[in-house]
Design a protein around this ligand. Structure first.
Ligand SMILES: *Cc1c(COP(=O)(O)O)cnc(C)c1O
Ligand SMILES: [Zn+2]
Length: 561
């Protein structure tokens, strides 16, 4: 079967047929090339071929560097859901945040796309042994696909990789070689080993199948967003209507950078094919202790200075030397896509993991915590606007949960003495349980007529600690509630029908039993000077609805309790 694509050297433009193991340009010796397809033909044929195909990675097979896809090698890669982050959106005041849930791939990371396409290409090329270096997830993914394809894999892992991940790699029959050193050192050792044994070493980021595989993340997002939000400019006949919608932002945490490189190429191709009419901006997030791309970006440089010894607990993101990938990414962000590089601390990442799990029911690995912490930072800085459509690449599971995420108070013990068990088992159990009753948690009353706002505040509270929460949906019930429950704090809305927040405040402060309970007022409207005067001295804090962040609210709450 003749190939439907060629590869071109990005330095001299020399075109060659694709041979996955031929890494060097025969003309100039360069090692970077990109696949090129017959876009003119595909612009007509692709929209006709897509309907009825399963929603998985092979849906876009004409745009992948595989001559004939082999279903026997597949593990169901691609086609992951795009999930709206409604609660996080409410918390951040950005209603259109979507999660591309790559956790739902065969080994729970978007490396499954890379592994599926690379292993398929190597199988087509007759490869039977393979060497890779990895910060963890690539090794897990490649191991699964190599096992399926009958390819023997040698994985060089930095000793930073958690032992549980190493064991998973070994489980698939991969030979694990633990390198006590950085990821960049592990790469060098792998290269040396491959040379000596004359085994093919997959170069990772700068590889055609990798970049081509990552494109499918971008394709799927465009198709899914269109399904959820409708085609762009649907009601505006002035603009040419492309069938698919690109998001305004694609957010990902980056290590070596093949993910965003591939997604960029995907969106460039969709534009060429006339499937979309815009490009997303890229928000690329690194961990503070290993952020060579962010440093270079902030100093306006087009090459990154390698970090010799990364200082991050997050092994997945510990690529100290991004090499040429940074130059390519930063050039495209500057000249066509738009966007930025940003860093966050490990601590922020761990905290965000916790928020995401409690607010959205999504448990991620620390590298994805970095992406979401970066999202929050960019929204706060005003770089991402509240009306923009944002997609975050969400990858990786948290099994087993690392201790430093939860701290040591994540469980409560119920200890039953054997005596009480024997005599009155129920009583013993009940009295033991009463010790973990919610009574000793700080008590907070939320008085607001809007159920969504009450739900949001409740979620923010629950995501950050243990509180006993009471709710009232109007002023009259609110006063009764406070009189009855004597909470430690009241969160009060001003605009409510019948008895408004001002009246509630007056009533509480005129009663000596409730006069000392601190009040946080949350309001949707700009207050007049007169209204501000009325509040003055009676409340502790005034917060604007819609743009309060959980941090601000929580800082206030903690300081008042
Ligand atoms: C690989 C990986 C990254 C980094 O992506 P690159 O495109 O390789 O830089 C981020 N998060 C997770 C969970 C990953 O597996
Ligand atoms: Zn060349």
């Amino acid at each position: 079967m003749s190939a439907h694509f060629i590869v071109k050297c990005i330095d001299c433009g020399h075109p060659t047929p694709f041979l996955p193991t031929q890494l060097i340009c025969p003309k100039c010796g360069g090692t970077w090339k990109e696949a090129e397809y017959d876009y003119k033909h595909l612009a007509h044929s692709l929209p006709l071929s897509l309907p009825g195909r399963p929603f998985d990675l092979w849906r876009y097979r004409e745009l992948l560097p595989i001559r004939s896809p082999n279903p026997a090698l597949s593990l169901g890669e691609g086609g992951t859901p795009l999930i709206k982050a409604t609660n996080l959106g409410m918390m951040l005041g950005c209603p259109n945040i979507f999660i591309k849930d790559e956790r739902q791939g065969p080994t729970a990371s978007f490396k499954d796309r890379q592994a599926a396409v690379t292993i398929a290409a190597l199988k087509e090329a007759g490869i039977s042994e393979l060497v890779i270096a990895s910060t963890g997830n690539v090794a897990i993914s490649y191991s699964a696909y190599a096992a399926r394809a009958g390819i023997k894999l040698y994985a060089f892992l930095t000793s930073l990789v958690p032992a549980s991940k190493m064991r998973e790699v070994a489980l698939y029959g991969t030979q694990v070689i633990k390198v006590t050193g950085s990821y960049d050192q592990a790469k060098k050792v792998a290269e040396e080993f491959a040379k000596q044994k004359n085994i093919y070493r997959d170069p990772g980021a700068m590889n055609v199948p990798t970049i081509e595989a990552m494109k499918t993340v971008g394709f799927e997002i465009a198709e899914q967003l269109t399904g959820i939000m409708g085609p762009p400019f649907a009601s505006n006949t002035q603009h040419p209507t492309a069938p698919w919608r690109a998001p305004d932002w694609y957010i990902q945490s980056v290590s070596g950078g093949p993910g965003p490189y591939g997604v960029m190429k995907g969106y460039e191709e969709l534009l060429k094919l006339g499937m979309t009419s815009s490009l997303p901006k890229f928000g690329l997030i690194q961990s503070e202790g290993c952020a060579p791309m962010v440093h270079a970006w902030k100093q306006n440089k087009d090459t990154a200075i390698p970090i010799q010894s990364p200082r991050t607990l997050i092994a997945t993101l510990a690529t100290g030397d991004p090499g040429r990938t940074y130059t390519i990414l930063s050039d495209r962000i500057k000249n066509s896509f738009g966007g930025t590089f940003e860093d966050v601390s490990d601590k922020e990442a761990f905290r965000t993991m916790h928020i995401l799990a409690k607010m959205e029911g999504i448990s991620v690995e620390p590298a994805t915590g970095v992406a979401f912490a970066g999202l929050i930072k960019l929204i706060r800085a005003g770089v991402i606007k509240s009306d923009e459509i944002i997609v975050v690449n969400c990858t990786g599971h948290t099994m087993p949960i690392e201790r430093n995420i939860l701290g040591d108070r994540w469980a409560r013990n119920v200890v039953l003495s054997s005596q009480t068990m024997e005599e009155t088992p129920e009583e013993g159990l009940l009295s033991a349980l009463s010790k973990v009753a919610t009574d000793r948690f700080p008590r907070i009353a939320i008085i607001d007529d809007n159920a969504d706002v009450r739900r949001l505040i409740r979620r923010i509270l629950q995501s950050q600690g243990s509180y006993t929460i009471f709710e009232a949906d109007n002023g009259r019930k609110g006063i009764d509630l406070v009189m009855r429950e004597k909470p430690n704090l009241v969160i009060l809305d001003l605009m409510m029908p019948e008895l408004d927040g001002f009246a509630v405040m007056d009533a509480l402060q005129n009663d000596p039993e409730t006069a000392d309970i601190p009040i946080i007022v949350v309001t949707a409207k700009e207050l007049t000077t007169e209204e501000k005067k009325r509040l003055n001295g009676h409340i502790q804090t005034l917060m604007q609805k819609g743009d309060f962040m959980s941090d601000e609210l929580m800082d206030e709450i903690r300081s008042l309790l």
